[in-house]
Design a protein around this ligand. Structure first.
Ligand code: DSN
Length: 426
């Protein structure tokens, strides 16, 4: 077969891009080589609609074992009763849970996207906002922390069937017990989307949602450092409160409904090659050195936070508990868009991000989000974080000075050559 050099050349180009730059996108990471190898395997050839032991195709005996291993390892990581490892992404995980709990038009309550929330938590441009009647709580203007009083007030007003906690641009921990108390008051169920902090929760460094939230969803590729994908978890299974039965008239458990919601509800054949890679990443998380990595992520984010504060940057909520920072650039007179576009010229990748009570559009934004999972994987520690902030500041203070930007890029490229990334790939 003729080799597709166009694509393999681009893969090489992307490897060089990842190697030479500072990767600060809070939702990105570098998987281990074995996670990546497990993703490119013969299991991609296999159809396996259904679940281990209950498939619609023959020849699933091997992928059954691999998927079961992924499920068992994930259950071990979080000490939980139920896990579904098939969602192709975090969006599908959230969609599957919502499809179990909600009927079209039902009310949901999630953190506002412009305050750090996520598209799948009821944004009008996403399925959740189009299908359900979405309401939002926010963060407090005075300190940038989630406004649980606002959540409670809205919950009492709109009586949501589902309250969603979790965020994609929030640097503080969550009070899951408070969320559950609010939900109980109005008869709602709770879904925690821990896509961002999952790795820190796995390592016991942040509050665990499992004792308080009925459903917990996550992606696997952010702080968990696995392949791109989604997962759904429950600490305890329970009988469905909607009286849904099997064809034989037995009341289904909620875990059965979630399984059915993922397949055949919203997905077809599971990506068994990705599930194998999820299993490998779960194996890695169960090793002691993952805890060391997670602790380093948290220390690095704190070191970065202190370095930004020393240089007069305005951090939403004043700092961080997790792996990311949200920086309001208004006092520096730069938009998020300008910052993102200029930093990338110096091989620094971040994303522009709205800040709470932003006066700019999502295409411009007043802020940027920076995160440390990827650089921590590269081996960066607190000392290197200070250097990173120094470079960011130099570029942000010289957005129209191409010579300063080029000098910073040269320094970064030289520096990064001292931190291996996939040396086996040549
Ligand atoms: N797009 C992801 C992030 O960057 O946080 C969330 O889905």
């Amino acid at each position: 077969m003729t080799r597709d050099t166009a694509i393999f050349d681009l893969i090489q180009e992307e490897l060089q891009r990842q190697r030479r730059g500072l990767e600060l996108i809070a939702s990105e990471n570098f998987t281990s080589l074995q996670v990546m190898q497990a993703m490119g395997n013969v299991m991609t050839n296999k159809y396996a609609e259904g679940y281990p032991g209950k498939r619609y195709y023959g020849g699933c005996e091997v992928v059954d074992k691999s998927e079961q291993l992924a499920i068992d390892r994930l259950k071990d990581i979080f000490n939980i009763e139920y896990a579904n490892v098939q969602p192709h992404s975090g969006a599908q995980a959230n969609m599957a849970v919502q499809a179990v709990v909600l009927q079209p038009g039902d009310a949901i309550l999630g953190l506002d996207l412009s305050m750090g929330g996520h598209l799948t938590h009821g944004s009008p441009v996403a399925f959740s906002g189009k299908t359900y009647q979405a309401h939002h709580y926010g963060v407090r203007k005075e300190d940038g922390l989630v406004d649980y009083d606002d959540m409670e007030k809205k919950a009492v007003e709109v009586k949501p069937k589902l309250i969603i906690c979790g965020a994609s641009a929030y640097s503080r921990d969550w009070d899951y017990a408070r969320v559950r108390a609010i939900a109980d008051k109005v008869g709602a169920l709770v879904m925690a989307d821990i896509a961002h902090p999952a790795g820190l929760i796995a390592a016991g460094l942040l509050n665990s949602p499992f004792d308080h939230c009925h459903f917990v969803t996550s992606t696997t590729h952010k702080t968990l450092r696995g392949p791109r994908g989604g997962i759904i978890m429950m600490k305890n299974d329970f009988e469905n409160p909607w009286g849904i039965t099997t064809p034989k008239g037995e009341v289904r458990t909620v875990s059965q409904l979630i399984d059915l919601s993922v397949f055949p509800g919203i997905q077809g054949g599971p990506l068994e090659h990705v599930i194998a890679a999820k299993a490998v990443s779960f194996f890695e998380i169960l090793q002691d050195d993952y805890k060391v990595y997670a602790r380093q992520m948290q220390s690095n984010a704190q070191a970065m936070s202190n370095a930004f504060l020393e240089k007069g940057y305005d951090l939403v909520s004043g700092g961080t508990d997790n792996h990311l920072l949200l920086i309001d650039l208004r006092n520096k007179g730069i938009s998020g868009k300008k910052a993102e576009n200029t930093l990338v010229k110096a091989d620094i990748t971040i994303n522009k991000n709205m800040v709470p009570f932003d006066d700019k559009s999502p295409f411009i934004t007043s802020g940027i989000r920076v995160g440390v999972p990827a650089l921590t994987t590269r081996g960066f520690k607190e000392k290197e974080m200070k250097q990173v902030v120094h470079w960011l500041d130099q570029v942000l203070m010289n957005t129209d000075n191409d010579s300063v930007i080029a000098t910073v890029r040269g320094e970064i490229n030289e520096y990064m050559s001292g931190f291996d990334l996939y040396p086996e790939m040549g």
